[in-house]
Design a protein around this ligand. Structure first.
Ligand SMILES: C[S@@+](CC[C@H](N)C(=O)[O-])C[C@H]1O[C@@H](n2cnc3c(N)ncnc32)[C@H](O)[C@@H]1O
Length: 275
């Protein structure tokens, strides 16, 4: 339907370029417009709005995800100019301002996977929680407690608002505005599971995650890795060895999460930690 609508203004190659970087978050569509197509961006927006009745706003991403809070520049292209929306995933609702917080719908399968691994009774640390998507989806079906930490005050604000929209969680989510290292080191208890969704920098925090993990805990360690290195099955073992971690660990799983660039992927290592 969308392709059909776009074919009124773009040729096949142009449609391919556009659809590889097209996200819908709630009622907001976010597109990346290649330079060659920038003169057609208003036309593209009108076709999206015509073809997708659930979309009310079209924004253009005009920078990479950057900075400590992992934000990107977004420019209004068509429809109603707004940046707030409500997004639904795994039966949970999330309030988001797409300019003020990091969010990607492309992690939905990974969030489901992590939720499926959690057992009732776990105490979990989500070190880079954003709007608490992982945390709330886990707590929807598991009797657990999640310390959901982020440094971006707006992300923690949206996590608190989203908790009001999801009243029937089995578990408890505690949104905490803090630096992950400071929180982890000041918190006396250790955790059954530590989630580290900050792939660009996670290696700088892995030792802290290890300190926070109790015996036989699981750490989900996300990284960005060139495609070629991911193909080398020894890469992750070598990478972890180079970090000189102080506790013993076992690699339970090493898998691709999604593509993040032409030759880069986001991958995750599930680690079992021994004290
Ligand atoms: C990739 S986003 C997390 C996305 C989130 N897990 C999700 O599923 O939507 C990374 C988050 O880490 C936060 N962050 C970056 N450095 C941090 C730090 N030192 N301590 C706590 N949070 C941090 C950013 O503000 C950002 O919200």
């Amino acid at each position: 339907m969308l392709k059909e609508a776009l074919s009124a203004v773009l040729d096949k190659t142009e449609i391919g370029l556009l659809s590889s970087s097209f996200d819908v978050i709630g009622d907001i569509a976010i597109i990346k417009v290649p330079n060659d197509l920038s003169s057609k961006e208003s036309l593209i927006a009108s076709q999206i709005l015509r073809a997708m009745k659930n979309v009310r706003t079209v924004l253009k991403q005009s920078s990479d995800v950057q900075g400590e809070f992992r934000l990107r520049d977004l420019n209004f292209v068509g429809g109603e100019e707004k940046y707030d929306t409500i997004y639904k995933e795994s039966g949970c609702l999330f309030k988001i301002n797409v300019k003020e917080v990091y969010f990607s719908p492309r992690l939905s399968t990974e969030r489901e996977r992590i939720a499926s691994l959690v057992k009732n009774g776990e105490h979990i640390l989500n070190m880079f929680a954003g709007i608490s998507t992982f945390s709330i989806i886990i707590a929807k079906t598991r009797e657990c407690e999640v310390e959901s930490v982020d440094k971006n005050p707006r992300a923690i604000g949206f996590a608190r608002e989203s908790l009001k929209l999801n009243r029937h969680l089995k578990g408890k989510v505690n949104p905490i505005l803090a630096d992950a290292t400071e929180f982890a080191r000041s918190h006396k208890e250790t955790f059954d599971r530590v989630i580290m969704p900050l792939p660009e920098q996670a290696k700088e925090f892995l030792e802290v995650a290890f300190e926070s993990a109790r015996d036989k805990a699981t750490i989900h360690y996300y990284v960005h890795v060139p495609d070629k290195e991911f193909q080398d099955e020894n890469w992750i073992a070598g990478h972890l060895k180079s970090l000189n971690l102080t506790k013993r660990y076992e690699i339970l799983n090493w898998k691709k999460v999604r593509e993040v660039g032409p030759r880069y992927i986001q991958a995750v290592a599930d680690l079992k930690v021994y004290s």
